[in-house]
Design a binder for this molecule. Structure first.
Ligand SMILES: [Zn+2]
Length: 727
């Protein structure tokens, strides 16, 4: 979320020649007219329907959607959120979808008491409030979710304070060097460097009794740019709310791990829930953190630990003593997912699923409504096409998820409830969440890498008039600071699709069910300083986000094109060489990590290298044959039953990457290629079983995990070979 605009600007001038070359290469490499995976006879109407589709989304409509949806606070479990779910459902119905709400119940702590006070050497009572901003008409509304870090246990503790920088493993190593322990203390960490839930988790493991997390203006505030409302950045009293549920164990309702929390479902008793933070946690604005940090003594903080507050940063412990009290009502909340379908005309049991969450911490114009407002406009455009006679060959499922902010709950419960149908029928899942102004950002399953690149080449960038693909490549080249990095941007023709960790609703589809997923957004050219605050609202977005909504329109065009192109393909355009290429890079990274570990016992990477090598060979074989057969038309002359079998092998290929036993210590995460890190939270760990064991120097586990990984890679290779046998 935090930008690096300066770095991009520096590199831009130096890369113009390379960019020009890239544009030239892209023109020459541009695919000929037929859509990839389409027979000539279906490509022409497909192109025509796509062009009609892309002309339909209107910036003003997306703006109006956002204005309505963000008019009041609508966090999960509130009556307003239910009203909005009904509104989205009615929109989908008006657009020709068959739409309904699905109700789930979830453990949902409603805050009753929140208190942070400095009790020595002086007294300060933290405000824990975001005041209204006069220019911003919704910033002072009633019904705002208090500033909380949800799913930490209740507690009432008083202890000396210690500053732990970002509160990550390296920071505790630094504290140990200073001879400082946090045992029996309250820690204060700054946001950044990891997913927030990692900070209290590590603090607890080191014996701390409580955890405060504040937004330092160096990372998130006036050091980055003018604070709101003069600029986009976090003001003195802006607070980042957020869940600290240990989603790296499993997301969703904490009391129903692995099964759907439909009303009446069996539930773990609260005392047996394993993924709550074990100490009380409270987020702070820098306005509330400053008096606490100023009261710290002890050694001066290491240079890299110092933020942008006007104080000398000390580590403590004490003489600052803090009283932290948190108490919630641990009841249930009702969640409402919106699910709308357009039934496929030829393959109704093959689903293209597309979702974005609808719940927000407060008004949530950027997060999640920038994505949701585009989703609603995509659906409207599909409604227009339906009235003009278009019928998708595969079933299209549009979803608005509830309860994403507290813990990816609505999409997880939906995925768990419908696991069998989804694993049988889902072809792919397309996710969006926050989106703004800038360049296209691609995350997802790398079996969709080539497909997503082709889609991006057909979307016009609203500013430059070139394709959003070209703009994304220019950005990546500008951001690459070494010749090797620049070459890596351009080596394979396709822009790499980033591996996905967690942090939004793709996680249950990809990592629990093995459904190929993509996460798409625009961004990088606006500031973002209101994340999860009451100031993430319509006033902020229309002054500092995508103010003209043209990138919102581009988002609707991009995702809608991907959905309909996949829905209508004769042969699904999965490709595997890019995936194999990324696997080779990940394996080399892990070997590099191992080689840097002094005194490590011998470890045999050969089985893994071999498995990836075989997969690469099968991938190249399939991709080349498929592309050649598509070009000469023989791909589309095979009998229908054989083509159906081929498509089934293609869209279930991602399922073979699951291991039913899951990852060590977290069986919910079954995908063996992509997972959120156990110690980094949202941040992805690729080949996570082996990588995390090597990182932890647990070579016995690494060897076991290598066997599991080799097993799923071999299963994937056999699936690709089976697909080739259908050509
Ligand atoms: Zn979001």
């Amino acid at each position: 979320m935090f930008g690096s605009r300066a770095a991009r600007a520096v590199a831009l001038g130096a890369t113009l020649a390379i960019v020009a070359f890239a544009a030239f290469r892209r023109l020459r490499a541009a695919p000929p007219a037929p859509l990839f995976g389409y027979a000539a006879a279906s490509s022409a109407p497909g192109v025509s329907w796509e062009q009609k589709f892309r002309a339909l989304p209107q910036a003003d409509n997306i703006r109006a959607n956002m204005q309505y949806l963000s008019a009041e606070p609508h966090n999960a479990g509130t009556p307003r959120q239910h009203v909005l779910a009904l509104w989205v459902m009615h929109q989908l119905q008006a657009d020709g979808f068959s739409a309904h709400l699905e109700e789930y119940q979830t453990l949902y702590p409603t805050p009753l008491v929140r208190q942070v006070e400095l009790v020595a050497p002086s007294h300060y009572e933290a405000k824990l409030q975001e005041p209204p901003i006069p220019q911003d008409p919704t910033s002072g509304q009633a019904g705002q979710m208090p500033t909380v870090n949800m799913y930490a246990v209740d507690g009432d503790v008083t202890a000396p304070l210690v500053y732990v920088n970002y509160g990550l493993p390296g920071d505790y190593a630094e504290l140990a060097k200073l001879g400082i322990s946090v045992r029996g203390k309250i820690v204060i960490a700054r946001y950044g460097g990891s997913w927030r839930g990692i900070k209290p988790k590590l603090a607890h493991q080191h014996g701390a009794l409580g955890c405060l997390i504040y937004s330092d203006p160096r990372d998130d505030g006036y050091y980055q740019g003018d604070p709101y409302p003069n600029g986009a950045y976090r003001p003195q009293w802006g607070v980042q709310r957020g869940s600290v549920m240990e989603m790296e164990l499993y997301p969703g309702d904490p009391e129903t791990p692995g099964w759907g929390s439909v009303p009446g479902a069996k539930r773990l008793p609260l005392s047996q829930v394993p993924n709550l933070e074990k100490i009380p946690v409270q987020p702070l604005a820098w306005g509330d953190a400053l008096p606490l940090l100023r009261a710290l003594g002890g050694p001066v903080a290491p240079p890299s630990w110092r933020g942008a507050l006007p104080i000398t940063y000390h580590v403590g412990p004490g003489p600052a003593v803090v009283h932290l009290q948190e108490k919630s009502n641990w009841g249930l909340a009702n969640l409402y997912d919106v699910v709308g379908t357009i039934r496929g005309s030829e393959h109704p049991n093959q689903w293209i699923v597309r979702g974005n969450h609808l719940d927000a911490w407060v008004n949530g114009a950027d997060d999640p409504l920038s994505g949701q407002s585009s989703l609603v406009e995509e659906a409207r455009a599909f409604g227009v096409l339906l009235r003009q006679g278009w019928r998708p060959k595969r079933t299209i499922v549009y979803c608005a998820w509830d309860g994403e902010e507290p813990g990816i709950i609505g999409s997880t419960e939906f995925s768990e409830t419908h696991a069998a149908e989804l694993q049988k029928d889902a072809v792919a899942y397309f996710n969006t969440d926050t989106s703004g102004r800038g360049y296209l950002q691609l995350g997802g399953s790398q079996t969709l890498q080539h497909f997503l690149n082709l889609v991006a080449q057909d979307i016009t960038d609203p500013q430059s008039g070139t394709s959003v693909w070209l703009k994304a490549e220019q950005h990546r080249l500008a951001a690459a600071t070494t010749p090797a990095a620049k070459a890596a941007v351009m080596d394979g023709g396709d822009l790499r699709v980033a591996a996905l960790g967690s942090g939004s609703d793709f996680s249950p589809f990809l990592q629990h069910l093995g459904i190929a997923a993509a996460d798409l957004s625009y961004g990088g050219e606006g500031g973002n300083g209101v994340y999860h605050s009451a100031y993430d609202d319509f006033y902020w977005y229309t002054h500092f986000g995508d103010t003209t909504f043209v990138y919102e329109r581009a988002l609707a065009q991009t995702v809608g094109t991907a959905v309909m192109r996949l829905a209508d393909a004769d042969v699904l355009p999965f490709q595997f060489t890019g995936f194999a290429d990324n696997l080779q890079r990940y394996e080399r990274q892990i070997e590099g990590e191992y080689q840097a570990q002094a005194g490590a016992p011998a470890f045999d990477f050969a089985p893994l290298r071999q498995a990836i090598g075989s997969l690469h060979q099968a991938a190249v074989g399939y991709d080349r044959t498929m592309a050649a057969d598509a070009a000469n038309g023989s791909l589309f002359a095979i009998p229908a039953a054989q083509r159906n079998a081929l498509n089934h092998l293609l869209y279930t290929s991602e399922r073979t990457l699951l291991s039913p036993r899951g990852l060590p210590r977290r069986p919910w995460y079954q995908h063996q290629i992509y997972a959120p890190g156990l110690f980094t939270g949202y941040g992805v760990k690729t080949l996570p079983g082996v990588r995390e064991a090597i990182e932890q120097k647990d070579y016995a586990t690494a060897a076991q995990e290598e066997q599991v990984l080799v097993g799923v890679l071999n299963a994937f290779t056999r699936q690709v070979e089976a697909a080739q046998s259908k050509l």
